[in-house]
Every structure is written in C-alpha cells, then in structure tokens.
Design a protein around this ligand. Structure first.
Ligand code: NAI
Length: 382
C-alpha cells in the first residue's frame, strides 16, 4: 500500500535534516510492515528553493496541492524579508485553515533536563492556531487607526482606554474553540488517555478564555456524553475520559510540580504557544520537539525550530525534530509499529551518547556526530 506524502525540504538546514530523517522513516515503514506499506514522497516547493525555481516564495501550485492533500511534512522556512508575507508558516496556516497545532512532549533518557524528574512528563498540547491575539488585528499607538478604535470604545461602549495606547483585538469563537477541543477529545479517546485539561485564563478574560473553557465542557457533554466525565463531579470515573480545566498560570506550576496528573492539554493560541515551549524545555528537548498543524483534511507535520542559518551546510544540525514529526505522521497513518521503531531508534541512539552537537554539548560524556552520521546511527539502531 502506498501512502502519498508531500514534502517541502525547507531552507537553511532543511535539506540536511530532511536528508538524514527521510531514510529512517522509509526503513521503519519497510521493517514494521515487511514491505507491505511504502511512502510515496512527492516534493512541493516553498521558501527559497521555490523563489529560485519559480520566482515566488509560495507558489499557487503548492497551495493547490496542499488543499487536496492528506499528509505533508516540511522543514523550516526562512521568513522572507519584504516578501509580502508576515511569515510563510503563518500564511500556510491561514490559507489552509490549519486550526490545531499539536505538540507531544516526552522525555528521552540521557538528555539533560533542568528538572529532577523529567520522565514524569508525557503530555500532548492541542493549541488553537487561528484565533486569539494571533488574529493579527493590532494597531500601533498614536496611529489614526488606534485613535479611531479607542474613540469608538469610549464613545459607543463606555470603555476607558488611554488615547495613546497601542491596541490589539482578541477574537475567540465557539466554532474555533469547539473544533480544537473536539480534536483533543477524539485523540484522547482513541489513544486511551486519562484526561483532557482545558487551559485558560478565564478568571480574568471571561468572554474569550472563560468562554473557551465553557464551550469545551459543553462540547464534551453534548458530543461525548457517554465517554467523558467532569473532574470531581463524580468520585468514580469508571475509565471514562476526565475533562478538567486549569487557569493558565496555575497550569505552569502544575506541569512542574505534578506533571503525572496531566495528559492531553487543550489551549487557546497564546497559552498553547507558551506552554508547549515551556514543556519541551522541561524535558530538555526543545531542539528535537516534534509538531504538526492540521485542518480537518490535512495533517501537516513540521520541524518546530527555524532554519538555523549558522548550521546550514555544515552537517552540524540535529535532524531530531523533523524525524520525530515524521514518526507522529506514521502514527497518524495507522503505522503505529513503524512510529514505535523510530521512537526506539531515537531512544537507543541518544542513550549511546553519539548525538549532534546541540545535544552532545549538554550531555555528560556526549560524543558529537554530524547530522548525516546521526541519521546513519538511527538507521543502524532500527
Ligand atoms: P532557529 O530555530 O533557526 O534557531 C534558534 C537556535 O537554535 C539557534 O542557535 C540555532 O542554531 C539552533 N537550532 C535550531 N534548530 C536546530 C537544529 N535542528 N540543530 C541544531 N541547532 C538548531 O530560530 P531563529 O534563529 O530565530 O530563526 C532563523 C530563521 O528561521 C528565521 O528566518 C525565522 O523566521 C525562521 N523560522 C522558521 C520557523 C519554521 O519554519 N517553522 C520557525 C522559527 C523560525
């Protein structure tokens, strides 16, 4: 069986990390399925390679292909300076309505972590990706737009805003919140996870963040009534999925103090941005953290770091993030065994302490290997 996956190599270290990761993914699928499944890779262009070949950073052909695709994976893309885009990544998210950003966080023994018990962290963040203060509705202080908006707020709504303020808008909808929470609950049920925690700052922002939590509970009660239970409402959960919520600032304490109590987290955009990086740092794995962005149709996996220009062309980059994103993709395709093989190869290779420079520098007795050699070690560990 063939699985079509569109790939964008990416800029900077993109071609190197992709070159190291792709053979590992192919080999894992081959080994796990005895050759019955195969990934058919098809390249599409974006970023500097696209600019060189087509004259555009994000060619229409790429967008058209992705609109009809089920799976895609990408390396990092340089944000073009004066290229007409705020960021290619943001443009892709908006054009393709990739509303959920999903980041699993786990610990790989051997990696140096700033906390004492990093192995207790096993969480997956579902971050809303299209709304909140990221909507891009923002006006600089003392511009005519900001002044006009502030005047409207004062005159029409009686809101007292300093006329010299810069001002931004935080839209959050029932539709946007519910589709994100739905994805988190569906995932938790499919994987037999114990809980989904709605992370919000609703004690202060009642009608945006507070509404996010309320809509989340409402969705669980209406669409998943037989399978979910609200925390503390009952004493016996009977193996049902527990839905709970935490105020965002408390959540940052909780993940440090009692990480074992948390599993799937559903968050609005800004909370999720902060929390997913904080969690990845907690397990020492910011540089190898995998991620995906998805719509209802497309699962788009990506290296979560940037193009690391200082490593480009030097064979010193770490391919871990794009590889583990590829493993997430295999899992999503139903090739769980192949995904497990990649995870195990990563565990083994990191335990051997032969790792790229960024990891070796932090490890006691770490031995630095190049990006290519790390890929070969992973292949051998398979
Ligand atoms: P960056 O993530 O490229 O680099 C931050 C630091 O991490 C640097 O010290 C870099 O050398 C290191 N680093 C990152 N990935 C690494 C890897 N795989 N192996 C070893 N070291 C690694 O972030 P920066 O410098 O802010 O951005 C550089 C470019 O990347 C910019 O044009 C930015 O717009 C773009 N970018 C793209 C992203 C994406 O495509 N998803 C995300 C973040 C930045």
């Amino acid at each position: 069986m063939k699985h079509t996956v569109y790939f964008i190599e990416g800029d900077g270290i993109g071609p190197e990390i992709w070159g190291a990761a792709r053979p590992v993914l192919d080999a894992a699928v081959e080994k796990a399925t005895g050759g019955k499944h195969k990934i058919e890779w098809r390249e599409i262009l974006a970023g500097e390679k696209a600019l060189n070949e087509t004259g555009e950073y994000l060619p229409q052909a790429t967008i058209d292909t992705l609109r009809n695709a089920e799976f895609a994976i990408k390396g990092p893309l340089t944000t073009p300076v004066g290229g007409g885009f705020r960021s290619l990544n943001v443009a892709l998210r908006q054009i393709l309505d990739l509303y959920a950003c999903i980041r699993p966080i786990r610990y790989y023994p051997g990696i140096v972590s700033p906390v004492r018990r990093p192995e207790k962290v096993d969480m997956i963040v579902f971050r809303e990706n299209t709304e909140d203060v990221y909507a891009g509705i923002e006006y600089e202080s003392n511009t005519p737009e900001a002044k006009r908006l502030i005047a409207f707020l004062r005159d029409e709504l009686g809101a007292d805003v300093d006329p010299a303020a810069g001002i931004g808008i935080k839209p959050m909808t029932e539709h946007g919140s519910k589709r994100l929470v739905r994805k988190a609950i569906q995932y938790a049920l499919a994987k037999g996870k114990p809980s989904v925690t709605l992370v919000h700052k609703g004690n202060i922002m009642k009608f945006t963040e507070g509404a996010f939590a309320r809509w989340g509970y409402e969705l669980a009660a209406t669409e998943f009534s037989g399978q979910t239970v609200v925390e503390a409402e009952e004493t016996q959960y009977n193996n049902k999925l527990v839905i709970k919520d935490r105020i965002a600032d408390n959540m940052f304490q909780q993940v440090l103090m009692k990480p074992e109590l948390y599993s799937v987290l559903a968050t609005p955009n800004l909370n999720g941005d902060y929390l997913s990086d904080a969690l990845a740092a907690q397990v020492g794995g910011l540089g190898i953290a995998p991620g995906m962005n998805c719509s209802d149709q497309l699962a788009f996996f990506e290296a979560t770091h940037g193009t690391a220009p200082k490593h480009a062309g030097k064979d010193t980059a770490n391919p871990g993030s794009i590889l583990l994103s590829g493993a997430m993709m295999l899992e999503q395709m139903g090739l769980q065994q192949a995904a497990d093989l990649v995870q195990n190869a990563m565990l083994k290779t990191i335990a051997s302490k032969k790792v790229p420079r960024d990891l070796a520098a932090q490890m006691e007795g770490g031995i630095t290997v190049g990006c290519k050699e790390f890929g070969e070690l992973l292949l051998a560990a398979l």
